[in-house]
Ligand binder design. Structure first.
Ligand SMILES: Cc1cc2nc3c(=O)[nH]c(=O)nc-3n(C[C@H](O)[C@H](O)[C@H](O)COP(=O)(O)O)c2cc1C
Length: 185
């Protein structure tokens, strides 16, 4: 698959199989991530790779947070929260590192991290994996950030859910660029 075909056929893969992803492929995804452009070469990304029981511990935290915020929630809703990180065999949480270079702007660093996330999505697709960028309310929760080793002020840009696609790829029909583009001569 060439670069343009990868870009044009990428899609958010909702449902993946439980089969584990080989370490070699995970490292390829992370290597793709760090090819992203980043101003002043500050490498502002932080990756946390979650597999196996780490996903269960994250799910327990999701359930605990949900229950604390919805004390009257039915058990089924709490269990739904607990099961969320189990939707894929591999999650890569991607955060923004604190600014260390005085020239770097937090916004620009966040942009660079988003570019790294897109690189992972594209690389996953090119490698025959299905991936989905997810955030949800959990991504801004300081307890979730602490679980991942992030400070409360660090942005958590994405939980990327990754696995082998369970279903055939959809044919995405995305809106055109026309109404979002101004041409200037
Ligand atoms: C910053 C960001 C956060 C997202 N968070 C979620 C999310 O929490 N849940 C979800 O279902 N999709 C999430 N998505 C995925 C979008 O819903 C998805 O990209 C969009 O529906 C377009 O579908 P496509 O990726 O197949 O083109 C997120 C995407 C971005 C860029």
């Amino acid at each position: 698959m060439d670069a343009l075909e990868t870009i044009f056929t990428r899609y958010s893969c909702d449902t993946v199989r439980a089969d584990p992803i080989p370490r070699e492929l995970i490292e390829k995804l992370l290597s793709a991530a760090v090819q992203a452009p980043n101003h002043y070469k500050v490498r502002p990304w932080r990756f946390v790779v979650l597999q196996g029981q780490a996903r269960e511990r994250l799910g327990d935290l999701f359930a605990e947070i949900y229950l604390a915020e919805h004390p009257a929630a039915p058990p089924a809703s709490v269990e739904k929260e607990r099961a969320k990180p189990l939707r894929a065999p591999l999650l890569i949480a991607v955060g923004v590192e604190p600014v260390t270079d005085p020239r770097a702007l937090p916004f620009e660093n966040a942009c660079a991290v988003a570019a790294a996330v897109e690189n992972i999505l594209l690389a996953a697709h090119a490698l025959g994996l299905g991936a989905k960028w997810r955030t949800g309310t959990q991504a801004t929760d300081p307890r979730v950030k602490a679980f991942l080793g992030l400070q409360p002020e660090q942005d958590l840009v994405s939980f990327i859910y990754i696995g082998y696609p369970a279903n055939p790829a959809p044919t995405a029909q995305r809106p055109s660029f026309e109404d979002r583009t101004t041409w200037m001569d």
